[in-house]
Design a protein around this ligand. Structure first.
Ligand SMILES: *[C@@H]1O[C@H](CO)[C@@H](O)[C@H](O)[C@H]1NC(C)=O
Ligand SMILES: *[C@@H]1O[C@H](CO)[C@@H](O)[C@H](O)[C@H]1NC(C)=O
Ligand SMILES: *[C@@H]1O[C@H](CO)[C@@H](O)[C@H](O)[C@H]1NC(C)=O
Ligand SMILES: *[C@@H]1O[C@H](CO)[C@@H](O)[C@H](O)[C@H]1NC(C)=O
Ligand SMILES: *[C@@H]1O[C@H](CO)[C@@H](O)[C@H](O)[C@H]1NC(C)=O
Ligand SMILES: *[C@@H]1O[C@H](CO)[C@@H](O)[C@H](O)[C@H]1NC(C)=O
Ligand SMILES: *[C@@H]1O[C@H](CO)[C@@H](O)[C@H](O)[C@H]1NC(C)=O
Length: 430
């Protein structure tokens, strides 16, 4: 602002200043205007400068570490090491990025403001070192539709994180997209992380997330759920039971071994089911029937270690017929060794048997051991046969020797048993 150092105050200047001040307070000062002829008071000049250079009007401030754009309705507080959600978030914010911070804990009402952040629809808390999300953390965000909590090492996710503290009294949340990829702390090297977490909170991470997905019927409108890269070994039986609107379920890159206990029956709107990069061995009849019963679904099953034994028969039969598996020709056996890399859809059902599956190295070593034992046995019998006369003589000798020996024992036994002779025998030590 050039006017700050101007010299002589002109007549009538005070009135002009007053008028300007009023304009500023009303937020009508534009950046381009100030060809201010003369303002002697440095205080008022500073006020003018700040008012003119701040883009959003003073009624909706932007928190210091953030960038705000009222036109785009977006607030970005990115990579700022913030340890709490800024208090003075502008109420026009529709999209809020709080990524790359150090929030650690998200308490109840972390976004409750006066006036409320009624416009906020998308909230991204990715990579902000969150360890705890408390009940009602997203309360007072009535318009929240998309929530991204990915890449946070969550140790405690309250069952009521996505509903109100007062779950019974809460209205269903408007949330339609919930992104929870990579929300489990990476295991410390050389330590079983699942065991570790169980000990810490007496609950598996799977059931912790499952409980939050069920609680309070809050997620009845959810249509997108991403749970990729979470080391999940299983999904709790009723984890999906309160998500009737689900269209897109991403379970990629977990460690799911089986889907037997999971029901997809009620997910009638499901369109995409991502199960790539898990540890699935086979899908059983019940699961196959449920998936086939969904009208619009596409299922993605790549990169699972399918086991091509007798349990695979139903799945292979189903795969040949079904249209719902995306890229079914890419699915190959991982075990047993003799079937490795064979396409599931091209398997001959007659080849699918349940011989005890031993690693091939072990199989050959067992065969070898058997042959060696048989050879030794045969040689032994042959030797016996060739020496049958000698053996007979040898047997007689042994029998005689034994008889002599036994008689000796018998004699000693009688001596020991005879109380009159006991002292004698023990003294002489036979
Ligand atoms: C955040 O913290 C890291 C390490 O503590 C530091 O290197 C980085 O400069 C900090 N960033 C800001 C914006 O303060
Ligand atoms: C949230 O922010 C992260 C980091 O910038 C980004 O990778 C991710 O795509 C964002 N999530 C959404 C839903 O846009
Ligand atoms: C929770 O709801 C009950 C009744 O539904 C009410 O009595 C109670 O005050 C509520 N508690 C809070 C913290 O809002
Ligand atoms: C942990 O779980 C076991 C069995 O479910 C229960 O008996 C025990 O009380 C729990 N401990 C804590 C601290 O919650
Ligand atoms: C799969 O998950 C692991 C563990 O969460 C992660 O380190 C890895 O980057 C993920 N891979 C992909 C392709 O996302
Ligand atoms: C499916 O929905 C019905 C009716 O809405 C309900 O009774 C049943 O428990 C649900 N089943 C599962 C597995 O969620
Ligand atoms: C699976 O279903 C098919 C066809 O519905 C049936 O022929 C087969 O016997 C079933 N398999 C098992 C193990 O129940």
């Amino acid at each position: 602002m050039p006017g700050g150092r101007s010299r002589g105050p002109a007549a009538g200047d005070g009135r002009l200043r007053l008028a300007r001040l009023a304009l500023v307070l009303l937020g009508w000062v534009s950046v381009s205007s100030p060809a201010s002829p003369a303002t002697s008071s440095s205080a008022s000049a500073a006020f003018l400068a700040s008012a003119a250079s701040a883009q959003p009007p003073p009624s909706s401030p932007c928190p210091a570490p953030c960038e705000c754009s009222e036109a785009a309705r977006t607030v970005k507080c990115v990579n700022r090491n913030l340890s709490a959600v800024p208090a003075d978030l502008p109420p026009y914010a529709r999209t809020l990025f709080l990524t790359g911070n150090q929030l650690a804990v998200l308490p109840a009402g972390a976004f409750a403001r006066r006036p409320p952040l009624a416009e906020l629809a998308a909230l991204n808390l990715s990579g902000s070192r969150l360890r705890e999300v408390h009940a009602g953390a997203f309360e007072d965000l009535p318009g929240l539709r998309q929530l991204d909590l990915s890449h946070n090492p969550l140790v405690h996710l309250s069952p009521f994180a996505f509903s109100a503290i007062n779950a019974s009294a809460s209205a269903p949340s408007a949330l339609s997209e919930l992104i929870l990829n990579h929300i489990i702390e990476p295991p410390p090297p050389g330590q079983d992380q699942h065991q570790d977490q169980k000990q810490k909170q007496n609950q598996s991470v799977e059931s912790m997330v499952g409980a939050a997905l069920r609680a309070g019927h809050a997620l009845h409108g959810l249509w997108r759920l991403e749970l990729a890269s979470n080391h999940f070994l299983y999904l709790p039986r009723d984890a999906l039971s309160q998500l009737p609107a689900l269209r897109h379920l991403d379970l990629r890159n977990n460690s799911l071994v089986s889907l037997t206990y999971l029901s997809f029956r009620n997910l009638t709107h499901l369109e995409r089911l991502h199960l790539e990069d898990n540890a699935l061995k086979v899908l059983h009849n019940g699961t196959l029937a449920e998936l086939q019963g969904l009208a619009h679904v596409k299922v993605f099953l790549d990169n699972n270690p399918w086991v091509c034994d007798c349990h695979m028969v139903d799945m292979v039969t189903w795969l040949r017929e079904t249209q719902i598996v995306e890229g079914k020709a890419r699915l190959t056996c991982a075990f047993p060794e003799k079937m490795r890399n064979q396409m599931l859809v091209e398997l001959n059902v007659a080849d699918l048997d349940c011989d005890p599956i031993l690693p091939p190295s072990l199989q050959t070593s067992y065969v070898f051991l058997g042959i060696v034992l048989a050879l030794i046995g045969a040689i032994f019998l042959l030797v016996l046969y060739l020496n049958r006369k000698g053996i007979k003589k040898w047997m007689h000798n042994i029998r005689d020797a034994c008889r002599d020996h036994m008689e000796g024992y018998h004699y000693r036994y009688e001596i020991n048993a005879d109380p009159r002779l006991t002292n004698l025998s023990s003294n002489s030590d036979v």
